[in-house]
Design a protein around this ligand. Structure first.
Ligand code: HEM
Length: 446
């Protein structure tokens, strides 16, 4: 363990590479983020820092750090500038990039919608869209990438939830443009961060697509603002957000922009994560054939309603989310020099709570590297050892929706098709933890 200077009394000296080791650590992380994190954790323990001053990241992964960050969030650690990489799609006004009182009131309005649902509206949309999706994919001998195949289906369902009452929900061109925006976040970090709109560059084409997406979405927003919300129960999230704007939840004068950001922020927070988790669930049925057959048996025996509450299916999904959490890192940025769990955080630097490491900690999860859904059957995990959807005032508002969609999708697949495939690499990459190697699958509709 190496330290720059001894810590002041009462504070923890955060270990981490110094001098030339910094470059080695950075190249480890750049080459293979998750392997790099595992290696740095082995060397320095659950909390370490890489970089200097403002350009420093404090990587945390212990239960005490989780509690300090999520249960007692220090006011000087904000989301606003931490999640700025989501800004191109969600804009500055997305919930995930908002802090303070405006965040609290908007969050509580939105949460009622996502937590007040029994899931039937999401399931209806999935069931309606699934047969055409299966027809399309069962015709291929092999679906070369389950993730790529499942993304349009999940985007359809997410868009039904968000804007289902508008003609956008059936507009193929608009959906393809939204998909193109979402794909931007799966590009290399260099491509995502070099934002110079040179003709022919991926950033220029991203901006052109975003203009098209916004033009159509803004027209739908104007229509809703003019019409008011319906009273016949056909209420989508856009209606909710419009009514939030009417109730003064957004800054006066910028309602349309704020509504746009809220909707696009929700789509981007929910879609890639759910697609990634569904793909890992399928990958584990292939790489863990014993558990995979048990899951298949249960999915075939259970009704669509039963599958949502079945403890074993829930345990399988939890184990997938433990080993492949689609939000592997929770980020905060320090607006001032501050402290977290005894560690000093310089002004401007990032705190990265690393769910990836927490979930693989052998002191918290017996036989941590082994895929074993039954660990979630007998005992509930300790509060601070399992956090796939975060905790507290930033807890994921789409958790119930994601769980419903993943279980519903697996249920439809195994009810309506013979599913087979061979295990491939389980290596993850990127901030949504997608598989490096495509997960291939064969689908034969019954
Ligand atoms: C498997 C799928 C999903 C996972 C693993 C996931 C995970 C998370 C996590 C860990 C956070 C907390 C981030 C932090 O504290 O830094 C979060 C926040 C959030 N999630 Fe999800 N999420 C998923 C799906 C969804 C869906 C389907 C939606 C909505 C449609 C959604 C919307 C949000 C929003 C809006 C926030 C920000 C909440 C706030 O700032 O108050 N997520 N999610």
């Amino acid at each position: 363990m190496t330290h720059d200077t001894p810590p002041p009394a009462g504070k923890t000296a955060t270990p981490g590479p110094v001098g030339r080791q910094q470059l080695q650590a950075l190249s480890l992380l750049a080459e293979d983020l998750y392997d790099g994190l595992d290696r740095l954790r082995e060397q320095y323990g659950p909390s370490f820092r890489v970089g200097m001053g403002r350009a420093q990241v404090l990587w945390l992964s212990s239960p005490s750090s989780a509690e300090a960050l999520l249960a007692r969030p220090p006011a000087d650690l904000t989301m606003r500038k931490a999640y700025s990489f989501l800004e191109p799609v969600g804009g500055r006004g997305a919930l995930i990039a908002t802090d303070g009182a405006p965040h609290g009131t908007r969050r509580s309005d939105l949460t009622r919608r996502f937590y007040g649902s029994d899931g039937s509206v999401w399931m209806e949309s999935l069931h309606e869209r699934f047969p055409a999706w299966l027809d399309q994919h069962a015709q291929l001998q092999v679906v070369p990438s389950f993730l790529d195949a499942v993304r349009p289906l999940l985007l359809d369902v997410v868009l039904d939830t968000m804007v289902g009452r508008s003609s956008l929900a059936e507009d193929r061109t608009w959906k393809q443009q939204v998909m193109a925006l979402m794909e931007h976040s799966t590009r290399s970090l260099t491509e995502q961060f070099i934002r110079v709109p040179l003709p022919g560059s991926s950033w220029a084409s991203f901006l052109a697509t975003r203009r098209e997406v916004d033009r159509a979405l803004n027209a739908a927003i104007d229509e809703r603002l003019a019409q008011g919300t319906p009273d016949d129960g056909t209420f989508d999230v856009l209606d909710l957000v419009v009514s939030m704007a009417e109730n003064g939840r957004y800054p006066a004068g910028g309602a349309r922009r704020a509504i746009r950001d809220e909707i696009m922020g929700l789509i981007s927070a929910g879609f890639e994560t759910t697609a990634s988790a569904s793909t890992w669930a399928l990958a584990y049925t292939q790489s863990e054939p014993v558990w995979g057959s048990e899951l298949k048996r249960r999915l075939q025996d259970l009704s669509a309603k039963e599958v949502l509450t079945d403890p074993w299916v829930d345990a399988f999904l939890n184990e997938v989310l433990r080993l492949r959490p689609p939000a592997p890192v929770m980020l905060r940025r320090a607006t001032r020099r501050t402290q977290i769990d005894g560690h000093t955080v310089p002004k401007g630097s990032l705190v990265a709570f690393t769910v990836w490491l927490l979930h693989r900690d052998g002191d918290l999860h017996a036989d941590a590297a082994t895929f074993n859904p039954e660990r979630f059957l007998d005992t509930k995990p300790e509060r601070w050892s399992f956090l796939p959807f975060g905790y507290g005032e930033r807890y994921c508002i789409g958790g119930p929706m994601a769980r419903t969609l993943i279980k519903g999708l697996l249920h439809q697949l195994y009810q309506q098709a013979d599913v087979s495939g061979v295990p491939g690499s389980m290596k993850p990459a990127g901030l949504s933890l997608r598989p490096v190697q495509n997960v291939q699958v064969m689908l034969n509709a019954r």
